[in-house]
Design a protein around this ligand. Structure first.
Ligand SMILES: *Cc1c(COP(=O)(O)O)cnc(C)c1O
Length: 388
């Protein structure tokens, strides 16, 4: 059975779970580099039976979402284990705005005639509810990457679904602290532990959590057969990172709210997407289904892709790097990524870290002004006005 938090608040669970109870045991979860164990007890070979280090991570994250967790070598490995459950000819409903790795995995299966895929806009709640009656895998990701559209998971996960259909929610952007898809009725919640759970850009990891025992064993079996096992050092680092998840997220989110408001009023920014702003199209849903708006902001700079690239080159405290959910702030132009060319060319995705908010703002504001100046944005704008 999963260990339950039994009323303990997530903040306390994050700090205390996974530790050995016996007197004399190490206070911290030990890093156990082992492929095999002396036979005779429940553990024989690590790929089949796990290690104490992975299991601590599974206990911590599983407890946060009140389910049983299976840790994987990466977020994509966890996701692939869910896709691995599909029978030939299955129908998958995928969000319009979706992590590029998942879109790629789905497309590869279509090419090999393993399944068919159709896309539904994240905010099209009625479309998702209809999909629950016909699709075999309903794949949701919310808030979405990178437009931060929030799906009405409450309505979608509660909708009647076809027998055997799986509703999977990529909960990476929300974290287990801000969204509980299993409480809404999802079959499985997934995380790239590479992001917020690890929180320090120093590991790759993934986790799937479910309350369905059959599905739990199927995921474990898939991990065993494909060998998508988590690294022991990575699990150790993820456990260590997870201890401060609540603090990191709280601080990063505070910073994000402030930056989103200031970006919204900035003369060289044309649009800000942050679920915490009243102007965000799915703000009302976000208020209802999320416990917090998170620390990712997407915004468009005035001008073109060149200006957006220049902003990325100009920032100093904020690092020009991909990925998200870490202590340090990172930013990138998403349309520059292969497969993401459909996105607005001027869209920057900013993952806000735990630095001082005033320092972050000074860095961003200076970069926006310098980039606009470099690219003679004001001249361009004035010419456009003159021509209009
Ligand atoms: C990063 C990410 C993934 C993939 O996780 P990896 O750990 O890189 O394999 C999946 N979904 C979302 C939303 C992500 O941000």
């Amino acid at each position: 059975m999963a260990k339950h938090r039994s009323g303990m608040k997530p903040e306390s669970w994050l700090v205390s779970a996974g530790r050995a109870p016996e007197p004399g045991a190490p206070l911290n979860v030990p890093l156990v580099p082992a492929s095999n164990f002396i036979l005779g007890k429940e553990r024989g070979y690590a790929r089949d039976d796990g290690t104490p280090t992975w299991e601590a991570l599974e206990e911590i994250v599983g407890g946060l979402e009140s389910g049983r967790a299976v840790a994987f070598s990466s977020g994509m490995a966890a996701i692939a284990a869910v896709f691995d459950q599909l029978v030939a000819g299955a129908v998958i409903a995928l969000p319009g705005d979706c992590y590029q790795g998942v879109a790629g995995l789905a497309a590869a299966g279509v090419e090999r005639k393993r399944w068919s895929v159709y896309r539904i806009a994240v905010e099209d709640t009625d479309g998702w509810i209809r999909a629950c009656e016909s699709a075999d895998l309903i794949w949701l990701e919310s808030p979405s990457n990178p437009l931060l559209t929030v799906a009405d998971l409450e309505a979608i996960c509660r909708a009647p679904r076809r027998a055997g259909a799986v509703v999977a929610v990529d909960n990476t952007f929300a974290t287990p602290l801000h969204q509980q898809p299993l409480d809404f009725g999802a079959s499985v919640s997934l995380h790239s532990a590479t992001k917020f759970i690890g929180g320090h850009s120093d590991l790759l990891g993934g986790i799937a959590i479910t309350r369905d025992d059959t599905f739990f064993h199927a995921l474990k079996r898939s991990r065993e057969l494909t060998g998508a096992t988590p690294g022991t050092l990575e699990s150790f680092l993820a456990v260590r990172g997870s201890r401060t998840l609540a603090l990191r997220l709280q601080r990063a989110q505070q910073n994000a709210m402030l930056l989103a408001e200031r970006l919204d009023a900035h003369p060289f920014v044309s649009r800000v997407r942050y679920p915490g702003l009243a102007s965000h199209p799915t703000h009302p849903i976000a208020k209802r289904v999320l416990k917090g708006f998170g620390s990712i902001i997407s915004f468009d700079v005035l001008g073109d892709a060149q200006v957006a690239d220049a902003v990325c080159e100009r920032v100093q405290l904020i690092r020009h790097a991909t990925s998200l959910g870490a202590v340090e702030s990172t930013m990138e132009r998403r349309a520059a990524i292969p497969g993401q060319e459909h996105l607005p060319p001027t869209l920057l995705r900013l993952s806000v870290g735990i630095e001082d908010a005033a320092d972050l703002w000074a860095d961003l504001d200076a970069a926006l002004r310098a980039a606009a100046n470099d690219k003679k944005i004001l001249d361009v704008l004035m010419n456009q006005d003159a021509m209009a």
